[in-house]
Design a protein around this ligand. Sequence first.
Ligand code: NAP
Ligand code: HSE
Length: 320
Amino acid sequence: MSAKPLGVGLLGLGTVGSAVARAFADRSRRIDAAAGRPLTLVAAAVRDLKRPRDAGDVPVTTDPHAILDDPDIAIVVEVMGGTDPAGELVLGSFERRKHVVTANKELVAKEWNAVHEAARLAKRELRFEAAVAAAVPVIAGMRGLGAVRPRVLRGLLNGTTTYICSRMETGKSFDEALAEATAAGYAEADPTNDVDGHDAAYKLAILISILEGRHFHPDHVRRATLRGIAASELTGAAARGARIRYLAVADFGDRATKARVGPEEVSAESLEGQATGPTNVITLEGDLVSRLVWSGPGAGGDATASAILGDVIAIARSGT
Ligand code: NAP
Ligand code: HSE
């Protein structure tokens, strides 16, 4: 194993950042072995130094630029969320010739061209496996399908809305179920992003962009909200042998791709109908491959940290 440690810096130490920091504290031997060299978590940027966290003993700063300017940091992990200041910090990381790993689906979906171009110019890696379906390696999977003509992509891309639907089926109210999803760390900092479909639209736009090899803007995804869904709609669906789930669908027609996210009725026996908690399900139909399915935990600190660390390890292994 090479003796020279590779430094990692975190922008954000919330649900996801703390899980990454805990993994560095608890399983560094496994991470180093997978990377083929020692990896060190150098520091993390936060907003509030006084906020209690379960994040090992990583040093914290309120100056995110200190992470970018630190010569010991080669890989910046952006887990702040939103586009401002995250976008400027990601571009600044590339300007300082750092690699970037991000879980920020909003930034990647909206600024696809800018962030990819910045990485290309800097000759550094941009990785975002955690931005879609958290622990489920669906981005890596879709990147391997360059020869395939996709027909339909459908699934559950937002853990919070699956959680809400499945908990309402057990008698919880919408507000109770959303509060539980927030407490578990599944919901976005502003859960409007989950229940009004922005989060699912960002993820769907990213997957379409990968499959089509060009930017598909999330504004082109038709969105319907889950807000206001009544318990009677869920029980009515159940009486018909169905479930309501927050579906994401892309139809790759001969002309423009049509994309939508929103609550839809699915068969209770389908993979989507069977999904509970923060489970994501992604099904792709296309020529050559017939039908491919990915499924697993699509939200939560540890599940997302798994994908982030997979990206960090891949960069380390690439010989940086
Ligand atoms: P979070 O718990 O709200 O954490 C955000 C972190 O960023 C906090 O530590 C916060 O500092 C810090 N921060 C925000 N603005 C900052 C600023 N201007 N300067 C310095 N620090 C700043 O969010 P999260 O759930 O970890 O999500 C982070 C990202 O991962 C988002 O893009 C989200 O969409 C994505 N993601 C989340 C999940 C999930 O299950 N939670 C899964 C996949 C992807 P303080 O702690 O001091 O407030
Ligand atoms: N808020 C997101 C969700 C986190 O519920 O799916 C994972 O991206």
